[in-house]
Design a protein around this ligand. Structure first.
Ligand code: SF4
Length: 357
């Protein structure tokens, strides 16, 4: 198991993610194995201080046990939250906490006008039934705790600019908590000044994460299956301006690594520097509902079995990456810095994962 650099992950005391089947997680179901409970079945308090999360907190506190975490994928949300938002480890170090989560991730509006290969094969919008179902849960169980929340991050399931539901809940949250801040995850296509001002959030943004996964028009088209590269680059200019004028705190561009885009990685870092963004790299979630993302053999360039694996390793060993080591998934760090022995272990783990899947 790859150990985390930090002694403790503060996420279980500060963060909560609600996914579109109602299951709640500390960070994400891609990184954490256990659901804390379902928001359609349990009250908010039963999830946030229930048996499951208390056991996770206890294991971390008293045994440094992260066995519920997929540490080879974890992007160290807990550790980053200390640096980025100043979140602190609770003084009383208890399994039970009197505080509500400071950062809530919403992943329940699956509407998106794009069809990125990692995510979906068809453009899809939240259905009328889903909107009704989520509206009830939102008003009854989520909105009452919003006044205690510092940051809401949306949308982990789709594009917040495309979904009417996401736009409506932004309005509702601002009504109950005028100080709330937003972390926005976007594909950048509609993220322009006019749209953001219309939503009334230009001065309420803490962090913007843009899913780009490419640094050239050609690669962008392979990943998003549409030609919006020019539009997105233009909108990145708007975000850069927000950052320069101190209207946002953090600006990150994201890159999910696969066999179609790995050659763009050095250029992606150069692009990030040019627009004063932080580059962030992660791995594909092969359980995603897209045909491409389910074909691990073909697209998982980080697998020692991939025919272009050596080329990939040559690229990530370039000097340009040295400065960005902490922006890489832990799994890649083992390849680069622990060496052959760890690569062989990863190889064995890869086969075990295949067998027990
Ligand atoms: S997966 Fe990572 S961020 Fe999530 S709880 Fe575990 S260590 Fe923390």
């Amino acid at each position: 198991m790859v150990l985390l650099n930090s002694d403790i992950c503060i996420a279980p005391w500060n963060m909560l993610r609600i996914e579109n089947n109602g299951n709640c997680y500390i960070c994400t179901s891609s990184f954490h194995k256990i659901s804390l409970g379902n928001i359609f079945e349990k009250s908010f308090d039963e999830i946030w201080n229930g048996d499951v999360i208390r056991k996770i907190r206890k294991n971390i506190l008293f045994k440094s046990d992260y066995s519920y975490c997929k540490t080879e994928l974890c992007l160290k949300f807990g550790e980053k939250a200390v640096e980025t938002y100043g979140f602190k480890f609770p003084d009383n170090s208890e399994e039970y906490t009197n505080n509500y989560p400071k950062l809530v991730y919403f992943a329940f509006d699956s509407s998106c006008n794009q069809k990125c290969i990692f995510c979906r094969d068809k453009i899809s919008m939240m259905s009328k039934d889903e909107v009704e179902k989520w509206n009830c849960i939102f008003e009854e169980k989520i909105l009452p705790i919003i006044k205690y929340v510092r940051i809401v991050e949306l949308n982990h399931a789709g594009e917040f600019m495309d979904g009417m539901f996401s736009k409506n809940i932004i309005k509702r949250m601002l009504e109950v908590n005028a100080d709330i801040e937003f972390n926005l995850i976007t594909n950048g296509v509609s993220f322009n000044e006019e749209n953001i001002k219309r939503l009334g959030i230009e001065n309420k943004i803490n962090t913007i994460h843009v899913s780009l996964h490419s640094a050239t028009k050609q690669t962008y088209k392979k990943i998003f299956r549409q030609d919006n590269f020019g539009k997105v680059i233009e909108n990145l200019g708007y975000i850069k301006k927000l950052k320069e004028n101190n209207k946002i705190r953090n600006f990150e561009i994201m890159f999910v690594i696969c066999s179609l885009n790995y050659k763009d990685m050095p250029l992606f870092i150069k692009l990030a520097k040019k627009i004063s963004a932080r580059p962030s790299f992660s791995l594909i979630n092969y359980n995603a509902n897209a045909k491409y993302a389910s074909n691990e053999i073909e697209y998982n360039i980080t697998s020692p079995l991939h025919r272009n694996y050596n080329d990939f390793i040559r690229i990530i060993k370039r000097d340009i990456f040295k400065e960005y080591i902490n922006n890489m998934p832990p799994y890649l760090l083992t390849l680069d810095y622990i060496g052959k022995k760890q690569v062989i272990c990863n190889y064995i783990n890869y086969f075990k994962r295949e067998i027990y899947r």
